[in-house]
Design a protein around this ligand. Sequence first.
Ligand SMILES: [Fe+2]
Length: 154
Amino acid sequence: MDIGISEAARKKVADDLQDFLASTYALYLKTQNFHWNVVGPEFFSLHVLFEKHYENMAEAVDEIAERIRALGFFVDASFSSFKKRSSVSEPHGKVSFKKMIIELIKGHEAISRMGRPLITKSQALHEDITADMVIKRLTFHEKAAWMLRSHLAK
Ligand SMILES: [Fe+2]
């Protein structure tokens, strides 16, 4: 395989993408959990908003995983490996709708924090395709965080 980037560089990017995939998957599941379990006065708008967000992440995990394959590596995809690699915490017990919003904001922000160094690292390794994909992912996560934050504004 020769796409103009060394195997070592491809591997560095793919390893980070694997963590990015795990976190995106964890936030996807957490958002879907909250879509199912939300109750309260804002039920309908949150139920719909959470659905829009998890649908976006459902497509994203496929795109991220396939980028790992295009870089020449297999995808580590199981609940145990995702849990080990993810920066997004799992929900526990009954969660109020306000706490759901806060938890999801934290998840989107955690993905932004892990994505930023991945963009600069990918660019430094001349892997602009991954950089471009991650830039698009952060555009989504930061917009989603803004929309969620707006539900908390007084
Ligand atoms: Fe649904």
